[in-house]
Structure formats: structure tokens, C-alpha cells
Design a protein around this ligand. Structure first.
Ligand SMILES: CC(C)=CCC/C(C)=C/CC/C(C)=C/CC/C(C)=C/[C@@H]1[C@@H](COP(=O)(O)OP(=O)(O)O)[C@]1(C)CC/C=C(\C)CC/C=C(\C)CCC=C(C)C
Ligand SMILES: [Mn+2]
Length: 402
């Protein structure tokens, strides 16, 4: 992927060098994402709703938002519990080892994760340097796992991917969560998840998103697309918060912080999708919701033709508006993160959000013109992000969770 998102997002140009990170038998095929609109049904206030995750799976009639919210509640409960334990002076107990853990090797593994991060997401890597050393390396380990997972289906060996390969990747995930890492990158993540209240569910869900990409190339409505965006990107927010930490002085509910993190992942993925409409179409993929296209008087054919018309402009305006609403939702939570974690999050948010401006500046031609944020705009965003990172967490308890 282009230089556009030096950040967190996976630059496809660099795909080749991750080859060595991915075991040969785990490769995959698929492509990237893209999305669509309908502000109406996608209410961003995260309706109420609840019920066990298992029952959500058993009852597919529930909306994606309700299903995803179950996961949010579970993750928030884990973090709340861990904060309570920390307050009582209890710490998460690392998985027992047989005493043979080689700390130098572990340090090397984390260092290597940092190098990968620096190579693929330079600005993000710089941002992590402001975090505490412990947190920084944990975020690197998560980053590398996400990167490798995406690489399975988007990387150079992607054409060989099978559902079986993803199953093996998931087995490895289970193993590393149980303290049996397969390689050095897994070892770093295994150590991270033994130290922070990171749950396996978002990781499994990201793999599920990759499975979805193997078998699906159309999304009927925003509800379907929302679930996809949660799988491949909202999960990143849920994985990251336990490591980034919530500010001790924050009075916001843990759920509201998780909702903001989820919203940032969704906003980023919707933006990816809007930016990549042409590229995705060339791979036969249309992530934009079919019902919304039809309502706008558009069809797949219009996308394959790639002509910017007034209908297209007006459709895109709605899509961009919705993506911005998710960014707005995300912004509410950043100040609640621990102070040292805020800067990289603000920077990524501001940079990503500007891709939407770039689509507008391209007169909505996301068929043949790639929207990107120029160097100057990127540079200006960094001190702005820093300034925002100084904002203090809310002092008032938020009574409404979502
Ligand atoms: C309260 C609050 C707001 C907290 C912040 C929580 C937080 C850190 C959220 C991060 C959200 C985020 C950056 C999500 C990534 C979304 C994304 C772009 C996902 C991409 C999926 C697939 O995309 P596709 O294949 O369609 O597109 P391209 O390949 O890009 O063309 C991903 C590629 C999934 C893999 C994700 C990564 C490699 C990024 C992982 C990043 C981290 C673990 C670090 C996140 C930390 C910061 C500071 C942003
Ligand atoms: Mn990708």
C-alpha cells in the first residue's frame, strides 16, 4: 500500500518483506477492503442491547452492532477487573513457564517486532516511542500479529490461502495464548497477553474477517459491512486498549472507551474502503452496501465503469459523512487513554481522517485517483496531535455507557 498511510495501515508496497514473517503453510488469498453507506441504519450512538456473545452467534437475527457490542462489554469487563486488581496491588499472573524462559531471546523477539513496525509504519513507530517501554513493545507485538494476519490474505502468497491455512493460524493463536508460541513473533505476543488483560476474542475475530474475505465479495447492507469492518479493524482497537491503558484519573466508563476504540477501527476501515473503490473493483470486489448503491440509482456496473457522475458524488458524500461520524465517536475516547498513549492515537486518527478530505479534493474520483495525505499535511498533523494529547481525561463520570 502506498506511502499514504505510513501509519498503522499496511502498506502493500512492503508486502514482500513480510514474507519471512509468515510461515509458508499459512498463506492466503483475498484482497483489501472497501465500504459504503446509509447513515440511517448505522446509528452511531451504539444502541443499548445486550446478551451473551454465544447467544449472539446463535441468534443471527440480531444486528451486527448488537453482536459486536457483546464483545465490547466482555473486553471492558476484563479491563475493569484488571484495574481493580491493580488498585488492590494484585497483578495479572504470567503463564507459568518451566523456568527455561530465555529473557534475552524474548527481548530480541520484541526488538524484532519493533523493527518490523518501524519498517511498515514509520510514523506510528515513532509515536510508540513516547509510550512506556513495556507498553511500547506490547503494542509492537500486537501490530506484528495483525500485520502477519493481513499478510496471509493480502500478501505475496495470498493465492495459496485456504480456510485450512487460516485454521492453522488460529491454532497457533490458541497455542500462543496458552504460553506455547510457535516462533519469536508469537513469543513476544504470548508474553504480552500474559501481562495485559488482552482477550483472545478480538484476535479470533480478526481471523474470521480474513475468512469472510475469502468467501464474500459483496455486502448487502451496512449491517453486513459493519460486521466485516469490526472483524478486520474494530478488533485492533479492542486489542490495543488494554495495553495502551486508560488514564487512572479518567472517570469515563470502560465501555465508553472501548466503544471509542472500536469506532476508530471502523472509521479507519470505512475510509480504506472509500479510498480503494477502484482498486477493489479491479479485483471484482465491491464493499459498498448493495442496498445503498441501489437507492442512489447505482449498481456494480457503474463502479466497474468508473465514471464520476453526480449520482456518484452524492452517494460518496453520504459515505464520507458516515465515516466521519465514526471518527467523531472515536475522538470522544482518546483523552481517556493513559497520557503517553494518546499521541500516537491522535496522530493516526488525524492522518486517516484526512484521507476523506483527499477523496473530496479528488472530486470523488476514487476509481482512478488514489486519495493520499501529502507530506506537509502529515507533518502539520503531528504537533496538532501532540497538542490534543495534552488534553486531560474527563473528570466527570459518564453515566451513559453508549
Ligand atoms: C479510545 C481510543 C480511540 C483508542 C484507540 C484504539 C486504537 C489504537 C485503535 C486503532 C485502530 C486502528 C489503527 C485500526 C486499524 C484499521 C485497519 C486499517 C485495518 C486493516 C485491515 C485490513 O485492511 P485491508 O486489507 O482492507 O486494507 P489494506 O491492507 O490496508 O489495504 C488491516 C490491514 C488489519 C491489520 C491491522 C494492522 C496491521 C494495524 C495494527 C495496528 C496496531 C496494533 C496499533 C494500533 C495503534 C495505534 C496507535 C493506531
Ligand atoms: Mn490488507
Amino acid at each position: 500500500m502506498s506511502a499514504v498511510l505510513l501509519w498503522v495501515v499496511c502498506p502493500k508496497d512492503n508486502a514482500h518483506s513480510l514474507l519471512s514473517l509468515v510461515p509458508r503453510n499459512c498463506c492466503t488469498q483475498r484482497r483489501c477492503s472497501s465500504s459504503s453507506n446509509k447513515l440511517l441504519s448505522s446509528k452511531l450512538s451504539f444502541s443499548s442491547g445486550v446478551a451473551a456473545y454465544s447467544s449472539a452467534v446463535a441468534n443471527p437475527s440480531r444486528s451486527s452492532e448488537e453482536r459486536v457490542y457483546e464483545v465490547v462489554l466482555k473486553q471492558a469487563a476484563l479491563v475493569r477487573e484488571s484495574r481493580r486488581e491493580s488498585a488492590l496491588g494484585l497483578k495479572k499472573k504470567p503463564i507459568e513457564t518451566d523456568g527455561t524462559t530465555d529473557w534475552n531471546l524474548l527481548n530480541d523477539a520484541y526488538e524484532r517486532c519493533g523493527e518490523v513496525c518501524a519498517e511498515y509504519a514509520k510514523t506510528f513507530y515513532l509515536g510508540t516511542l513516547l509510550m512506556t517501554p513495556e507498553r511500547r513493545r506490547a503494542v509492537w507485538a500486537i501490530y506484528v500479529w495483525c500485520r502477519r494476519t493481513d499478510e496471509l490474505v493480502d500478501g505475496p502468497n495470498a493465492t495459496h490461502i485456504t480456510p485450512k491455512a487460516l485454521e492453522r493460524w488460529e491454532t497457533r493463536l490458541n497455542d500462543l495464548f496458552e504460553g506455547r508460541p510457535y516462533d519469536m513473533y508469537d513469543a513476544a505476543l504470548s508474553d504480552t497477553v500474559s501481562k495485559y488483560p488482552v482477550d483472545i476474542q478480538p484476535f479470533k475475530d480478526m481471523i474470521e474477517g480474513m475468512r469472510l474475505d475469502l468467501r464474500k465479495s459483496r455486502y448487502e447492507n451496512f449491517d453486513e459491512l459493519y460486521l466485516y469492518c469490526y472483524y478486520v479493524a474494530g478488533t485492533v482497537g479492542l486489542m490495543s486498549v488494554p495495553v495502551m491503558g486508560i488514564a487512572p484519573e479518567s472517570k469515563a466508563s470502560t465501555e465508553s472507551v472501548y466503544n471509542a476504540a472500536l469506532a476508530l477501527g471502523i472509521a479507519n476501515q470505512l475510509t480504506n474502503i472509500l479510498r480503494d473503490v477502484g482498486e477493489d473493483a479491479s479485483r471484482g470486489r465491491v464493499y459498498l452496501p448493495q442496498d445503498e448503491l441501489a437507492q442512489a440509482g447505482l449498481s456494480d456496473e457503474d463502479i466497474f465503469r468508473g465514471k464520476v457522475t453526480d449520482k456518484w458524488r452524492s452517494f460518496m458524500k453520504g459515505q464520507i459523512k458516515r465515516a466521519r461520524m465514526f471518527f467523531d465517536e472515536a475522538e470522544k475516547g482518546v483523552a481517556e487513554l493513559s497520557s503517553a498513549s494518546r499521541w500516537p492515537v491522535w496522530a493516526s486518527l488525524l492522518l486517516y481522517r484526512q484521507i476523506l478530505d483527499a477523496i473530496e479534493a479528488n472530486d470523488y474520483n476514487n476509481f482512478t485517483k488514489r486519495a493520499y495525505v501529502g507530506k506537509a499535511k502529515k507533518l502539520i498533523s503531528l504537533p496538532i496531535a501532540y497538542g490534543r494529547a495534552l488534553m486531560e481525561p474527563s473528570k466527570l463520570a459518564k453515566l451513559v455507557m453508549r
